[in-house]
Ligand binder design. Structure first.
Ligand code: NAP
Length: 309
């Protein structure tokens, strides 16, 4: 079968023929239709996130068909099986049925990216009317976080990233109410200008200097939930800047499958009721080097690779 395989640190995946994985007890055999790419796929290859053994098939989530014909979302395939391949093996509790009417690209966006947005925001305990800042609003996680924050009761949702045109488009589509363009020389001033009395909740996919600036623009009692390091892997705050605020790091991948599955199902309901459409960028499996390069940049969309077309 065809699969996107990577064979060493800092290499680029190539599509090649590999043996069929057969069957393994406790796993489901899935004919993959589409598979998602995400920033952690890059971090693994850089040796920053989780331990890997080369060579391996990249990707950790997708949509496909069980041998029974049932349509499912799957995450966390067994390490050797990956997701960017024609057939994969996935532990049974990571295989979640999805209705036929659910668009597969949107389902993939709402899974690892979506739960990475929803779970921290729920844990932040947004109170009705609070001001919520989304750092990295134009990526798939930030787009879903913007929509989820409103659904959870935010009064004003402020989106921040570097590319102004993407933020303006999200405001026009109603994802966010206000825009902060980062990287213009003074993030402290830019974030304070939109903070009003101070941000109550900061959803942070960036870390580093933008998150430091955001913390300095928070209200007393603010909760910052950091889920990604797109800007930097370290940040520094004085005690005075942190006083009366809380800062929590979250990795939703560590949550039990049943917890992630329940969050995914809440997201599917929100998306259906509120007609969410998350930006998607599609590639064919044979085009994996281009998909990889797009993920290395700032795609502004969930990358979904079409395996079966
Ligand atoms: N903890 C979890 O459980 C969990 C789950 C899913 C994802 N994540 C993490 O969440 C983060 C976001 O994921 P994603 O898929 O949405 O990523 P993405 O597609 O790369 O989007 C990143 C966002 O950050 C902005 N950005 C990138 N580099 C920046 C910089 N140096 N300074 C300021 N803004 C910058 C981008 O817009 P501009 O380029 O216009 O600035 C975009 O808005 C990643 O770190 C990912 O690993 C964590």
């Amino acid at each position: 079968m065809r699969a996107a395989v990577i064979d060493g640190y800092n290499k680029i995946p190539t599509v090649t023929d590999v043996p069929d994985p057969g069957k393994v007890p406790g796993t489901c055999r899935i004919a993959v239709s589409s598979a998602g790419l995400q920033p952690t796929d890059l971090l693994r290859v850089q040796g920053i996130y989780k331990q890997v053994t080369f060579p391996y098939i990249i990707g950790g989530e997708g949509v496909g068909l069980l041998e029974s014909g049932e349509r499912v979302y799957f995450g966390h395939s067994i390490p050797s099986s990956g997701a960017l391949c024609q057939v994969t093996l996935v532990p049974e509790d990571e295989v979640w049925p999805i209705d036929d009417h659910v668009d597969e690209d949107q389902a993939i966006a709402l899974a690892i990216a979506g739960t990475g947005a929803l779970i921290p925001l729920e844990e932040a305990g947004i109170r009705p009317g609070e001001r919520v800042l989304i750092l990295g609003a134009s990526g798939p996680v930030g787009q879903i976080a913007s929509l989820a924050a409103r659904r959870l009761g935010a009064g004003t949702v402020i989106g921040a990233a570097r590319t102004r045109s993407r933020l303006d488009r999200l405001r026009e589509r109603g994802f966010i109410d206000e825009v902060v363009q980062l990287g213009q020389g003074d993030d402290d001033a830019a974030l304070k200008a939109a903070a009003g009395p101070g941000y109550d909740v900061v959803f942070d996919g960036l870390f580093g200097p933008p998150a430091e600036s955001a913390m300095r623009a928070t209200a007393l009692g603010a909760r910052m939930m950091s889920i990604g390091t797109r800007a930097a892997r370290n940040m520094t705050l004085t005690l005075r800047e942190l006083r009366g605020r809380s800062h929590i790091g979250v990795d939703t991948g560590d949550r039990a499958p049943a917890v992630r599955r329940a969050a995914f199902e809440r997201l599917l309901t929100f998306a259906r009721q509120d007609r969410w459409v998350i930006d998607i960028m599609n590639f064919d499996l044979e085009d994996i080097p281009r998909a990889w390069a797009a993920q290395q940049g700032s795609p502004g969309a969930k990358i979904v690779v079409k395996v079966a077309r």
